[in-house]
Design a protein around this ligand. Sequence first.
Ligand SMILES: C[S@@+](CC[C@H](N)C(=O)[O-])C[C@H]1O[C@@H](n2cnc3c(N)ncnc32)[C@H](O)[C@@H]1O
Length: 293
Amino acid sequence: MLLADLLRDARARLAAVGVPTPDADAELLAAHAFGMTRGELTSAALSGRSADTLPIAAFEELVGERSRRVPLQHLTGTAPFRTVELAVGPGVFVPRPETEVVAGAAIAEARRLPHPLVVDLCSGSGAIAVAVAVEVPAARVVGVELDPLALAWARRNVDALAPAVDLRAGDAVHAHAGVLADLAGAVDVVVANPPYIPDGARPVDPEVADHDPTVALYGGGADGLDVPRGVVAAAHGLLRPGGLLVMEHGDAQGASARRLVEGPDWHDVRTAEDLTGRPRALLARRGCQTDPP
Ligand SMILES: C[S@@+](CC[C@H](N)C(=O)[O-])C[C@H]1O[C@@H](n2cnc3c(N)ncnc32)[C@H](O)[C@@H]1O
């Protein structure tokens, strides 16, 4: 059998069950199963290579799993995020492209400073913390994650990619009075992709609904903003005057998120868009005023 025919069949199987990107998924699974880069795979297919010497059964098994909507990244074991490849699997949220933009805003701010202190709340796989540490070597980066399973993935990624990241187990909500009390008032950038789906809403994609951990999805409350509200409170206590908060939210939550930073303690409040133009992140700078006692 030709490799090109094997790929065509796999694409058709994935498309038939509604996998949104069947071409890319078939190629990435084949590259993974056959120990090739995606470029090597596509050029082998284009040059008419036979699949007969390749481990076809392993590939077919992966395509079967993907047809049952197991996330691609759980099957390959990795997720690309900005300049790094993160290890991911069951028990941890798969990093998304929109979060690369959120991390980018934190990185741009950190690069303006000589020795920035950056805190990543709700670290998950460690995606944002690792990206900041790799892209801004002068930064001191601290991450906080509550869920032990996610924390184990984050530790693995930090150890492999950015060992200087200070990863802490704990609650991001009011972290300035808890796990990050030693950093209160000293942080240059607080960045977070907290859970923010409202109670009662169910994600459409089976990959998300059935495989991302519940604690990574639901923010608490009818508006989904209980954890984000706690993240803003933590940022308020952590940031130095002039420090920047960057927090991801759902595309329908822009106005609600901006209301979380109303008042004299915050300024330069704005909503940033993701790569598809949807409003996906709150940016706000900590003012010099403090809350009345
Ligand atoms: C949407 S995921 C984001 C993970 C990662 N930052 C990313 O962008 O890929 C949210 C993460 O927040 C964690 N989390 C939820 N509530 C938390 C809390 N109160 N304190 C710390 N982490 C929390 C979840 O376990 C999950 O790993």
